[in-house]
Design a protein around this ligand. Sequence first.
Ligand SMILES: Cc1cc2nc3c(=O)[nH]c(=O)nc-3n(C[C@H](O)[C@H](O)[C@H](O)COP(=O)(O)O)c2cc1C
Length: 404
Amino acid sequence: MIHAPISPAEILGAPLELPCGLRLKNRLIKSPMSDSLGDGAGQPTAAQTRLYERWAEGGTALSLIGEVQISPDGPESPGNLVLAPGGAEGPWRALATRGAAQGAQIWPQLGHGGALSYRALSHPRGPSPLTLDGQPVREMTQAEIAALPAAYAAAALRAKLLGFRGAQIHAGHGFLLSQFLSPFFNHRSDGYGDSHAGRFRLIGEIISATRQAVGPGFALGIRINATDQLAGGVREADARETLRLLAGTSIDLIDISGGSYVPGAAASSDGTAREGAYFATVAKAAKELTRIPIMLTGGLKTRAQAAGLLRDGGADAIGLARALVLDPDLPRKWVSSAGGDPAFPRFETAPPGGITAWYTTRLAALAKEEEGTYELDLTEALAAVASRDAARVPQWHARFGPPR
Ligand SMILES: Cc1cc2nc3c(=O)[nH]c(=O)nc-3n(C[C@H](O)[C@H](O)[C@H](O)COP(=O)(O)O)c2cc1C
């Protein structure tokens, strides 16, 4: 009997069952993006909910909401959502429900900026003292570290009670947990640094505490860096060690990303030069190191690339960020005979952070269904992001008080 080759649409359209029992309806995941569409006091807005509903209507199996803070202590931006007790539940429930239209999943990405926290809202602290952009970062005390597993667990439990069926722990891109994993940031000698096992220890404790809080049926993902793309930071060999340690945990989905938002380092949302999947080598290695499903994110632009990676066993699911800003309906097209790849803009010269800012402002246009008239250049986008963030600082302080 001759079998017809499996088509890209069939490969990408196949469901994926996670170890916790949750099923993703296809292999295409909206990668976490800090949309900065919160109300400035950590709560979802109607426009933000519409954005996630659009991705669900566009056929995405799972949307990860970028940078949802576990507490107001270390936000990445004043537009972040915060899973803090006390806010009205209605907007969260609307986001969890409408973002899950048509059988999609929607999970918050549990974040803490650590050394990279937004300065007007926090006193940045990380695993070890540091100077960043001429500003001091304080070392976390042992008591502060000891409080983190319970804080992540409480945030995940709150997400569950608000109607989400999973969450992703953010341990990538140079934010707090990525700092603990990274020899660039972590010089501790108290059991939370020193060796790779020491640098991983906090993450292991967070996974255990969170799983205990949310129970077995809730999906727990994690994002890690394949490489920090930073001298002295995580290299691919370190990432393989992390994968070996994650293999023994109750994580349901490992998202392989990379890069860092440390000033002067390469962030993968700002990348233009490299063609193809940025971190495919580590994802492929991960498939041999663990049976936990692997999601690969970064640099994917075409259906042929995405389907090829899955066909060759290089990943179980594909994370897409910028492609889904350009076309929120892409998953529906890619799992059907329609196909079609997004037209990526070409930027001749890009100031640092300019490309990410361009996509950030385009997210706001998508949320308002105004992408047809969106036309900022990179410098205008950078200015728009900075002024929107600054305008929200008083709202943040009104709810959460002065920087802590
Ligand atoms: C506007 C924007 C915001 C982002 N915010 C986050 C974030 O909050 N959390 C995160 O883990 N990654 C974030 N990223 C990185 C993406 O999730 C993704 O890893 C990166 O853009 C590479 O994937 P791509 O080539 O499909 O865009 C962001 C990317 C963009 C473009």
